[in-house]
Design a binder for this molecule. Structure first.
Ligand SMILES: *[C@@H]1O[C@H](CO)[C@@H](O)[C@H](O)[C@H]1NC(C)=O
Ligand SMILES: *[C@@H]1O[C@H](CO)[C@@H](O)[C@H](O)[C@H]1NC(C)=O
Ligand SMILES: *[C@@H]1O[C@H](CO)[C@@H](O)[C@H](O)[C@H]1NC(C)=O
Ligand SMILES: *[C@@H]1O[C@H](CO)[C@@H](O)[C@H](O)[C@H]1NC(C)=O
Ligand SMILES: *[C@@H]1O[C@H](CO)[C@@H](O)[C@H](O)[C@H]1NC(C)=O
Ligand SMILES: *[C@@H]1O[C@H](CO)[C@@H](O)[C@H](O)[C@H]1NC(C)=O
Length: 491
């Protein structure tokens, strides 16, 4: 017993000692083989050419190179004492991307070059790559094959570039995507395709995009497309931000109905004419931010247009030059079938630089929840159709955001053209107390003096001046009746 025990013990000790010794010799040989001390990157040639920011791990070679980093530069980098997490090689007239050496860069910016070819597996050694910006180059659909994004080669197969999350392909010469383009980069969360003239998103491109299960942000702006394939957003279930500005949509894309997790939607600069009938937003229950600006043809926002967007907090409708009509039921939703309507919890509404003349009070309920309401540069009707705006809202806007109250002006009736609503509201108030201002004077001339003179001439002997005065106040309260609104809205 004892003997075997001690024998095994001895054997074990022997083994341990042996392994230690062999390990030591191994260590010694490796250290003697590579006596490399880390290169002090900041003193390297590369950091003379480019700007090296050690504290932020940024290597900025923008506009600094004629060609790719030399072998020597890469040597300095890979053996350096610092790993640059971000490398900027923009504006360098690069025309191709070779297979890059192993380096733990996370953000690689290659925008604004003249890249028209990329080697197969160009990024395979950059296994930590998270962001790749290839925008503003000359990439064509022919060049951009799936194997360009091949990952590191292992014994069996090419692995994917697991970490790549952001890919910017904007401003190139693409007009279609290979159906398998993203097979090696399946975890893309942000894809930018803007300003490539696709004209139409064909079956292959749709397959490529709808296969991106992790996609959160998709930018398909300025692609000269007039619609989206209906099911393109069915695959990317987590899509949160969708930007499709500057296209040729004349209707809301039906595809939006599958974007159920969307929180932000940008549809600026599309020739949509109206949001009425079937052409209203589908239920997007998480959408908080909607932007539809510079829509050169949009003239009407009808009932129910935004009713299914019951989480909306920011609505941007500025610079829609033809926009003239916003239905009072554009935002409300009859959920319960009862007496009360539901409204989105809006905090910011931008309606500046449109052609809106009336703002229906019923459009919203909690006007008081608005932190920003931009109504500037519209031809507001300064008559009883805008009682609420003139007698309640404009004053509140001046209190919360004075800068947004300044240029809210009347576009009619004629005598009030270009007068600020604030003034219209205020002078009415002043008129009821003293009536000493010039504006009131003008009103008096218009509303009292003329009929008074005539009346005085006709009814001089009956002493009716008092009657005319009362008529005057009656006439102006018809224009903008402050008291009745204060009662109605408990302000
Ligand atoms: C790229 O080419 C343009 C035009 O030939 C030249 O003006 C510019 O200096 C070049 N940029 C670099 C970084 O060499
Ligand atoms: C980069 O990848 C290529 C192809 O797999 C390989 O031959 C090369 O050795 C790698 N370079 C470095 C520095 O790892
Ligand atoms: C929305 O996103 C959540 C979380 O990412 C996911 O579980 C869910 O399936 C998505 N909803 C829909 C309707 O796709
Ligand atoms: C603005 O709306 C008015 C009607 O309120 C209309 O007469 C006018 O033509 C519109 N202006 C533009 C530029 O569409
Ligand atoms: C909501 O709809 C129901 C049934 O269609 C209707 O009776 C009710 O008046 C509506 N509520 C409002 C506030 O319009
Ligand atoms: C607008 O509000 C400012 C204070 O923020 C006040 O001084 C000013 O008199 C107001 N203007 C009008 C016209 O009511």
């Amino acid at each position: 017993m004892n003997l075997t025990k001690s024998a095994t013990l001895a054997a074990a000790i022997f083994c341990i000692v042996l392994s230690q010794v062999s390990g030591q010799t191994k260590d010694e040989t490796t250290t003697t083989e590579t006596p490399k001390e880390k290169i002090k990157v900041i003193d390297s040639k590369l950091c003379k050419k480019c700007n090296c920011y050690i504290d932020t791990n940024l290597l900025d070679c923008s506009e600094k190179l004629q060609d790719w980093l030399s072998a020597e530069d890469w040597e300095d980098l890979t053996n350096g004492n610092v790993v640059f997490k971000t490398i900027n090689l923009e504006h360098n007239n690069l025309t191709s991307v070779p297979i890059l050496p192993k380096y733990d860069v996370e953000n690689l910016y290659l925008a604004n070059n003249q890249i028209d070819s990329i080697s197969v597996g160009a990024f395979q050694n950059l296994t930590e790559l998270v962001t790749l910006d290839l925008s503003h180059n000359r990439l064509t659909s022919k060049v951009l094959v799936p194997d360009v994004f091949k990952g590191p080669f292992t014994v069996q197969d090419f692995e994917s570039l697991e970490n790549l999350k952001t890919l910017n392909l904007g401003y190139n010469d693409l007009h279609s995507l290979d159906a398998d383009l993203f097979e090696h980069i399946p975890h893309i969360e942000e894809l930018v395709l803007c300003s490539n003239s696709f004209h139409v998103i064909d079956q292959l491109s749709e397959t490529a995009i709808s296969g991106l299960q992790s996609l959160k942000i998709l930018d398909v702006s300025y692609m000269e497309i007039d619609d989206l394939p209906d099911t393109i957003l069915h695959g990317p279930r987590d899509l949160e931000i969708f930007i499709a500005a500057g296209n040729l949509f004349n209707q809301l894309p039906k595809a939006l109905k599958y974007a159920t997790n969307l929180t932000s939607l940008v549809l600026n600069e599309n020739p949509i004419e109206n949001l009425i009938g079937d052409n209203v937003f589908p239920p997007l229950t998480k959408l908080t931010h909607l932007s539809m600006t510079f829509m050169s043809k949009l003239y009407k926002i009808g009932p129910g247009a935004f009713s299914e967007l019951q989480s909306l907090t920011e609505l941007i409708l500025s610079d829609n030059k033809l926009l003239n009509e916003i239905d009072e039921e554009a935002l409300s939703k009859n959920v319960t079938g009862g007496q009360y309507l539901d409204y989105p919890p809006l905090e910011k509404v931008y309606l500046n630089n449109c052609n809106v003349s009336t703002l229906p009070k019923e459009l919203l309920v909690r006007w008081d929840k608005l932190k920003a309401l931009d109504l500037r540069f519209n031809p507001w009707n300064c008559d009883e159709s805008n009682d609420f705006l003139i007698n309640v809202l404009i004053d509140r806007i001046n209190k919360t955001t004075p800068v947004l109250a300044k240029d809210v002006k009347c576009g009619g009736p004629n005598k009030l053209n270009d007068v600020t609503l604030l003034r219209v509201a205020n002078e009415h108030m002043i008129e009821s107390s003293t009536g000493s201002l010039i504006w009131v004077g003008l009103l008096v001339v218009l509303l009292i003096a003329v009929p008074t003179i005539i009346g005085a001439y006709v009814m001089k002997r009956r002493g009716c001046f008092g009657v005319f005065r009362r008529h005057d106040s009656g006439a102006s309260s018809a224009l903008y009746n402050r008291t009745s609104f204060n009662e109605d809205f408990h302000i």
